[in-house]
Structure formats: C-alpha cells, structure tokens
Design a protein around this ligand. Structure first.
Ligand code: GLN
Length: 298
C-alpha cells in the first residue's frame, strides 16, 4: 500500500515566521518582529511581499538549517546587520563586518546636517574636499560622496581591516574613484585642507562600555566605542589636529554622545572654530537627543 507522505514535520514560511517572532519576543528582543522577518527573508531569498504571497511555502531542510543558525546567533544578541553582513544606512546597503562599528540611524542626522549646511552655504556645486576621520564602514563618507557628486573624499582609520571594509563599500556604491583611504590615527600626516571635516569617533565613557546592550558591547569593536575616561579623548585629538586641515570658511560636523554636545562645542570654540548664524551648533537626532555639533573655521 502506498502511504501518503508524512507532513507532520513540514514547516511553512508563515509558521516559521510566527515561531521565530515568538522566540525573539519571549527573549525580550525589542525588534522581534523586524528581526524575524529579515532573517527569514535572507534565509529563503523571499522578499517582504513574498512573505505573504508565499506564506504556504514549505521550507527546505537547508532553509530550516540556515534559519536555525541565524536565530541562535540573534538569541546570543548578535545584531541582524552582522548576521546578514549588511546594513541599510541613508537608503543604501553597506557591508558590515566584525571589524567595524555597525552604522546607526542616529548617524543619519549627521548626513542631514552636512547636506543642509552645504545648501545654506551654497557649496553644493563646488568640487568639495571632505575628510572623514575614523571612517569604519565608510558609511558616512560614502553616503556624502553619493549625495554630492562633485565632492572628493579622504577617509582615515587606524584599523587596516576597517579600511578594507570602507574600500569595499566605496566600490559597492560606485564612489571608489573619488575616495582616498589613509591608514592613520585621526588625521595625523594628512597634508591636504578640506571644505568639510566629519567624524563619528568613539565617544563612550570607558567605564560605561560594560553597561551597554549586549548587541553593542559584545559585537561593536571597542576601538570604535571607547572615548577614554570622560568619553572626550577623540574630540580633544580632533580639536587639536583639525584647525590645520581646514580651508577658510570650512565646516566641521561631528557626532556626539547625548550629553556631550555642549562640551564638544566648547572644545571646538577653544580651538578657534566659530558658530555660523544660519547653522545650528547642536542638532538633535530623531530620538530627541543632542547628536551633532557643527561649527565653521573662520
Ligand atoms: N552611538 C554608538 C552607541 O551609542 C556609539 C558610537 C560611537 O562611540 N561613536 O553605542
């Protein structure tokens, strides 16, 4: 007698998604819904709409294995961007590895500030020179080069592995010809002068790193987080080294910790930077925290 195939073990796309969402919710992962969706999509090659259109699809053994491995990593608090090796920043995908800080939505505020200031100062059609200090993934400089097609960029990092990621992202986003990568500490040894200097340097108070979420402290390189005993070490270096690297009238736009903007603004003023009447010194991120400090070199 021919038996019907045993289907009791079959798992549909929809049931898998529900089960994963529940597992993540039960484990107190804030973004359970989104994370479950992104992992199932990546493991099955199905897009967002496909999750609904193909909800009855029976997962293959390979798909089930992939989802199991991915979900175990997420339950150990590895961020989805690191599991997938990719993160969206300002509408574009960037390669992310264990060697670089995972680009944050907060940092998109820095991009907005630069682009708005470029409009205000009517710089958009000039062949701008932009320096990104401690570039990591390269997400900031690569995004600015995409948005400002007449600009050229220099990006520094002390980590050769990070520079390799930035290099790949420059190629991926088609700006490699306008991007020069330099292995150095802050901007030591850089001779050129710039219209715009940007940075999202390490700014976490060293003693606070252990208190951060596991997603951050176990997976972001501490080199990219550690701002020293008061969190301001990188800003002191930048305030010291940048004046010699600015063109007259050039802009400096730096990301800061939520409680550091005033301290950073005063470090920059002491170094000779000045506020501009039409550009806010401090800009908040979408969460309402002070996030970006902007000044001009006279
Ligand atoms: N914004 C990151 C965080 O809150 C820190 C990034 C940095 O130090 N530049 O974890």
């Amino acid at each position: 007698m021919i038996m019907p195939p045993d289907r009791s073990d079959d798992l549909t796309l929809q049931n898998c998604l529900f089960a994963l969402r529940k597992k993540f919710t039960d484990d107190n992962i804030d973004t359970a819904d989104l994370d479950a969706r992104l992992l199932v999509q990546a493991a099955t090659g199905v897009d967002h709409a496909g999750l609904i259109l193909k909800s009855d699809h029976i997962l293959t053994a390979q798909e089930r294995r992939t989802i199991k491995k991915m979900s175990q990593r997420r339950l150990r608090r590895e961020p989805v961007s690191r599991i997938l090796g990719e993160r969206e920043f300002y509408g574009r995908d960037f390669i992310v590895t264990s060697d670089v800080l995972d680009p944050r939505p907060d940092t998109e505020t820095l991009i907005e500030v630069v682009l708005t200031a470029v409009q205000t100062l009517q710089m958009a059609n000039r062949p701008l020179d932009i320096l990104d200090i401690g570039t990591g993934t390269g997400a900031i400089i690569v995004t600015l080069l995409c948005e400002l097609p007449h600009a050229k960029g220099v990006a520094t990092d002390v980590s050769p592995a990070a520079l390799e990621v930035a290099r790949r992202n420059g190629i991926k986003r088609g700006v490699a010809e306008r991007l020069n990568l330099e292995e150095t500490s802050w901007c030591a040894g850089i001779q050129q002068q710039f219209d715009i200097i940007v940075s999202n340097p390490p700014y976490i108070v060293k003693a606070e790193i252990e208190k951060l979420d596991r997603d951050v402290k176990d997976f972001d390189p501490h080199l990219a987080l550690n701002g020293g005993p008061d969190g301001l070490d990188a800003y002191r270096k930048i305030a010291e080294q940048c004046p010699a690297r600015m063109k007259p009238g050039g802009l400096i736009v730096l990301e800061a910790g939520f409680d550091q903007a005033v301290a950073l603004a005063s470090l920059l003023m002491t170094a000779g930077f000045k506020p501009h009447d039409d550009i806010p010194i401090i800009t908040k991120d979408l969460g309402g925290n002070d996030r970006v400090v902007t000044m001009l070199w006279p």
